[in-house]
Every structure is written in structure tokens, then in C-alpha cells.
Design a protein around this ligand. Structure first.
Ligand SMILES: [Cu+2]
Length: 74
């Protein structure tokens, strides 16, 4: 079974940024797919498909590691 969670990441501006975030998120345990709809310079939706629910703090750390910010869920 897999589930998809949508996060919001700010600060990405181009395909290189998307690649960096995608790579970091794919390194998380259980992540099978990462899809990012780039909103250059704005808040981009990031869909992460994983085997089980991800630890939001781990996702935040991965995004931070790539150099961007996870926008808090409202
Ligand atoms: Cu970029």
C-alpha cells in the first residue's frame, strides 16, 4: 500500500531546485515517487508517494538540506 501526501515548499526557482528537492526526498525511507509542480519563486506543491506516513520533521529536514523551506501546513 502507498499513500501520497502533498507538501508545500517555498524558494525553488528552476529545474535545478526541483532536482535537488526531489533527490533529498527520494532518499527518505519508503519514498517511491516525488512530483513537484514548480511555482518559480513561490510556493510549489510537492507530492510525495510513500509506503507509510512520513515523519513531517524528516521531510522538513530533507527540504532544508536541499536549501529550501517547507511551508507549515495550515
Ligand atoms: Cu533552481
Amino acid at each position: 500500500m502507498s499513500l501520497t501526501t502533498t507538501y508545500t515548499v517555498s524558494g525553488m526557482t528552476c529545474g535545478h531546485c526541483v532536482g535537488a528537492v526531489t533527490e533529498e526526498l527520494q532518499n527518505l525511507d519508503g519514498v517511491s515517487e516525488v512530483t513537484i509542480d514548480l511555482v518559480a519563486g513561490g510556493d510549489s506543491p510537492v507530492r510525495v508517494t510513500s509506503e507509510s506516513e512520513l515523519d513531517r520533521e524528516a521531510v522538513r529536514a530533507a527540504v532544508d538540506e536541499a536549501g529550501y523551506q517547507l511551508v507549515p501546513a495550515r
